[in-house]
Write a protein that binds this ligand. Structure first.
Ligand code: BES
Ligand code: MN
Ligand code: ZN
Length: 507
């Protein structure tokens, strides 16, 4: 049902007598006139003709510009995409991902599903490994679209079938191939997270999400799933989660997906992901405008599931778990109400002042539950607050937490993957705001500093482990596309979490 990602191969470029590239992508820096053209996989005559185009025009190399020309020498005509990289001094891996994404999209826009990209690491001034990974990421993630439910007008939705990364003959093919294969695995996980996030709430219920997690784990070594249903939650005392679920006819599920890749017994890393398959706001009902987008309120859950799957597929030598409390937040006769007091699994009591501040309630029980795994670190990922989007804009995730080194580790991984995070302070003064007059805490402290007071609330349920929190309310769902991130679901967090695991395991 879902679309497949392209078949990716890496090979050495050579000049073919009968070239049959669907679309051949060539990177061009601003102001360049075909530097490095002697290595292009094109014959002399073709190189000269491309150079002539570049000679006459400044536009081809500009960042964000892609110029497609038809190559009609030789037996079979094909497309050449001149992919602008912008100024050399501003160039980095993120630009390269963006450029590769544009090549993919330009190829598809011309109805061509076969893309070859020529990548010369020395021309780019980057290590071959990293450059190959970035090209693959951009070209796989960029052309993605969610069309699983479209039955009409399918031609326009042409997908990328094959991606060939061509490298010069002196390039270290093995290292590049390894990194490109890793990028493929990771991007498959990102696109899975996007698919799940885009799926409508009538199709992706908590039960369906749990079944999907189970099915994905079933085919993989060293993976396990445990699904807790409502009676078990009740037995465990997860009343904050059950409170949120009470208004819905859909059964809540608590998904535990684990991958044990470490050789010896080690403390696992635990990812916790908020999964509201739909957040209507509950009795504190949200306004109608954009309420449909709240099908994506499980983006955190999707990201942590996908990240653990990728860790397994990469065979990383780590033990890692995804904990995903999954439920709907609905109004109704059985729904929890403002004023209700919930006794969380930790024993701490919570006054519900707003049923729309439900994410922190389900995370409270999940963060408490996490302690039983004696984790080396816990990172939760959640579309938690509109306030975070107001503070940082829709492109940037908020980072908060109680452990300095863990936060630094996250910042570093985020810089590597181009997923922007920015730390917000979790100072003592914010803790005041979440005290309740009738219970231990209240679930909302109003609008001021809303992203931080939400994190302050979470911190009350954190166990004796290093903890950090990512509020992805902004970047999980974009109002307009941004380079290799599509409009709508982005799968943000997947690459970051996998990068963090790879950094920890030296891979
Ligand atoms: N899921 C929302 C947060 C959200 C808003 C995510 C916009 C993505 C885009 C969350 O459950 C919520 O409703 N938060 C409230 C908290 C408030 C009631 C304290 C919010 O942000 O308004
Ligand atoms: Mn809400
Ligand atoms: Zn929510």
């Amino acid at each position: 049902m879902m679309k497949a990602d392209p078949q990716v191969t890496v090979r050495k470029a050579r000049v073919d007598a009968t070239p049959d590239w669907g679309c051949l992508g060539i990177f061009v820096f601003a102001g360049e006139r075909g530097e490095g053209a002697e290595n292009w996989p094109l014959g002399e005559e073709s190189r000269v003709s491309i150079r002539r185009i570049l000679d006459r025009n400044d536009w081809a190399g500009k960042a964000k510009r892609t110029t497609v020309v038809l190559h009609d020498r030789g037996p079979s005509p094909f497309l050449i995409a001149l992919i602008g990289l912008g100024k050399r001094e501003e160039f980095n891996l993120e630009r390269l991902r963006d450029a590769a994404a544009r090549a993919g999209k330009a190829s598809l826009a011309h109805g061509e599903g076969r893309l070859a990209i020529f990548m010369d690491p020395s021309h780019l001034g980057l290590p071959g490994r990293e450059a190959g990974g970035a090209v693959a990421e951009g070209a796989i993630l960029g052309p993605y679209s969610f069309s699983a439910y479209k039955t009409l007008d399918r031609e326009e939705e042409e997908e990328l079938q094959a991606l060939t990364i061509l490298v010069p003959k002196w390039a270290k093919l093995r290292a590049i191939r390894t990194e490109v294969a890793a990028a493929e695995t990771i991007c498959r996980a990102v696109n899975l997270a996007r698919d799940l996030t885009s799926m409508p709430a009538n199709e992706l219920t908590p039960s369906v999400l749990a079944e999907k997690a189970q099915a994905l784990a079933a085919g993989r070594a060293r993976m396990k799933t445990t699904i807790l249903s409502a009676p078990e939650m009740k037995r465990l005392g997860m009343n904050a989660l059950l409170g949120v679920a009470s208004g819905s006819d859909q059964e809540p599920k608590f998904i535990v997906l684990s991958y044990s890749g470490a050789e010896a017994e080690t403390a696992p890393i635990v990812f916790v992901g908020k999964a509201l398959t739909f957040d209507s706001g509950g009795i504190s009902l949200k306004p109608a405008e954009k309420m449909d987008e709240m099908k994506s309120d499980m983006a955190g859950g999707a990201a942590v599931l996908a990240a653990v799957l990728a860790a397994a597929d990469l065979g990383l030598p780590v033990d890692v778990l995804a904990l995903v409390p999954a439920t709907e937040n609905m109004p109704g006769g059985k729904a929890y109400r403002p004023g209700d007091i919930l006794r969380s699994m930790s024993g701490k009591t919570i006054e519900v002042v707003n049923t729309d501040a439900e994410g922190r309630l389900i995370l409270a029980d999940a963060l408490h539950y996490a302690s039983r795994f004696e984790p080396a670190a816990v990172i939760d990922v959640a579309t938690l607050t509109g306030a975070c989007v107001v503070a940082l804009g829709e492109r940037v995730a908020g980072l908060m937490g109680t452990d300095g080194p863990l936060k630094e580790e996250i910042k570093h991984a985020a810089e590597q993957t181009g997923e922007m995070v920015w730390e917000l302070p979790l100072w003592e003064n914010y803790q005041e705001q979440i005290k309740s007059e009738v219970a231990d805490f209240k679930n909302s402290a109003g609008r001021m500093g809303g992203a931080i007071t939400a994190a302050a609330f979470l911190s009350k349920f954190v166990g004796p482990y290093p903890w950090a929190h990512l509020d992805i309310a902004g970047p999980a769902w974009l109002s307009k596309e941004a380079a290799y991130r599509p409009k709508g679901a982005t799968g943000v967090g997947v690459r970051l979490l996998v990068r963090l695991l790879r950094n920890r395991s030296g891979r």
